[in-house]
Design a protein around this ligand. Structure first.
Ligand code: PMP
Length: 459
């Protein structure tokens, strides 16, 4: 870093402490400790302003930098694009926008239209607005309710929070938008007593059907689900779940909206998480890994049928009257295009699948040594370890102790994550999402840091 005050770390830290309002965290501790300022990244490694090196097992904190740091190829493409044409509002097109849409759609059979936005929350808002507009235009205001699942997260805006199944994320931000209805989670390890037992997957899906019947199928327009619940505790849906969910959506003519903000672009070992389960969605939203953090871009991708619902030149209100100013930034699709090429050329979906297996194997080997490991779960390079007070009770380990394990891993210079202030009483899952370029050595180091962290924190 040769800009600003790279030779003046204390000055930068002082400026940060005086003026930056950081996301998500309590600032009181900064009266006695310093915020972390990350200045450089290469591959899976990052350096802070004091020169300390970390292995980043969470891809930028929130599972974003899928292709790793320091990709000059993306930076060059973005630079060239910015010099040539930085921006034009999305009613017009860009070359990169067309190219990226075509490439993306080639990986998403059954879907055909790409709507550009900036963040995961925004992409989900677009999807909700599409459902609501279809309800008004085609169903006389019926089929406007949207189902979301306990423990899932769809973003930070009031609409997305209204579809949020993580109570602690929602706390104190109400009142919320009406018409969003919660359905039960599908975490077998902490199964709802009334659903527990054989065929849990089918029963958890049938619990969605029960909500549909309660509300009236004519009222429900869409079901919005994460393919693998990410921040809510790395929940890989159980066997039989997705088949039943798909069947239920078809039976009641409910649009299936899959939120791939975390799982998209190779995170789970295939291009998209839903593709692991044979699901055929109507709407797919994605953000984070779309450009791996090299540009702010998200997309809401739909079937031609959803798109066609807005084609009516005789109705002045018939088209999708929505815009995202920065959805017209050409830097987004340019970065996303290079990002996709890298994933393809370097076989990163395949590496995610293989290294994900290796990571789970590594964690499972720790089970014999650490009684606190209740369950290890994951798909591709998204993994979680549910920590419990005892295996018998499955009672969640306290958030404080989980935080201590995280802190101990950090003491070994490995950044790991946790379901943090999401689900009351159940913020007991360590989360891992290393870049898709991770090697066996990287994984060994992550597993070793967790092993040491558990030993020291829970001794
Ligand atoms: N959906 C999911 C599944 C997410 O995990 C997140 C962010 N963590 C979002 C949506 C919201 O994305 P953003 O922060 O880009 O608005």
């Amino acid at each position: 870093m040769d800009d600003l005050r790279s030779n003046d770390p204390e000055g930068v830290i002082a400026a940060d402490k005086a003026h930056v309002w950081h996301h998500l965290i309590q600032h009181k501790p900064f009266e006695t400790i310093d915020p972390r300022i990350i200045v450089e990244g290469k591959g899976m490694r990052v350096w802070d302003i004091r020169g300390r090196e970390y292995l980043d097992a969470v891809s930028g904190g929130v599972w974003t930098v899928n292709v790793g740091y320091g990709r000059e190829r993306i930076a060059d493409a973005v630079r060239d694009q910015l010099v040539k044409m930085c921006y034009f509002a999305g009613a017009s097109g860009t070359v990169a926008g067309a190219e990226f849409a075509e490439r993306l759609i080639s990986k998403m059979p059954g879907l055909s239209r790409v709507y550009y936005a900036n963040s995961g929350s925004e992409a989900n808002e677009k999807a909700f607005k599409m459902v609501r507009a279809i309800s008004h235009k085609h169903h006389g205001g019926k089929k406007g309710k949207i189902l979301y699942r306990d423990r899932d997260y769809h973003g930070t805006t009031i609409g997305a929070l209204s579809a949020g199944g993580q109570q602690e994320r929602n706390a104190r931000f109400g009142p919320f938008a009406p018409g969003f209805i919660e359905v039960p989670h599908c975490l077998e390890y902490q199964a709802q007593p009334e659903l527990a037992g054989p065929d849990y997957g089918v029963k958890a899906a049938e619990a969605i059907e029960a909500v549909i019947l309660r509300e009236g199928p004519d009222e429900i327009g869409a079901l919005c689900l994460e393919p693998v619940t990410a921040g809510g505790g790395c929940i890989v849906p159980p066997t039989g779940y997705w088949e039943k969910v798909q069947e239920i959506c078809r039976k009641y003519d409910i649009l299936l909206h899959i939120d791939e903000v975390v799982c998209g672009l190779g995170r789970t070992g295939t291009w998209f998480g839903y593709q692991q389960f044979g699901v055929e969605p109507d709407i797919v939203t994605m953000a984070k890994g779309v450009a791996s953090g090299y540009a702010a871009i998200s997309t809401c991708v739909t079937t031609e049928a959803v798109f066609d619902a807005f084609k009516d030149a005789d109705d002045p209100l018939g088209h999708f009257r929505d815009i995202s100013t920065f959805g017209g930034c050409a830097s987004g699709p340019v970065a996303a295009l290079e990002n996709m090429k890298i994933i393809e050329e370097e076989g990163l979906c395949e590496n995610s699948a293989a290294m994900g297996e290796y990571l789970l194997e590594g964690f499972r080997k720790l089970e014999a040594k650490h009684e606190a490991i209740g369950e290890v779960r994951g798909l591709g390079l998204f993994a979680g370890i549910e920590l419990v007070e005892s295996r018998e009770s499955r009672k969640p380990l306290t958030e404080k102790l989980v935080g201590r394990v995280q802190a101990e891993a950090l003491a070994d210079d490995v950044m790991i994550g946790a379901a943090n202030r999401s689900v009351p009483g159940y913020n007991n899952v360590l989360l891992f999402a290393p870049a898709l370029i991770a090697t066996r050595d990287d994984i060994d180091r992550i597993v070793a840091a967790v092993d040491a962290g558990l030993t020291r924190a829970l001794a």
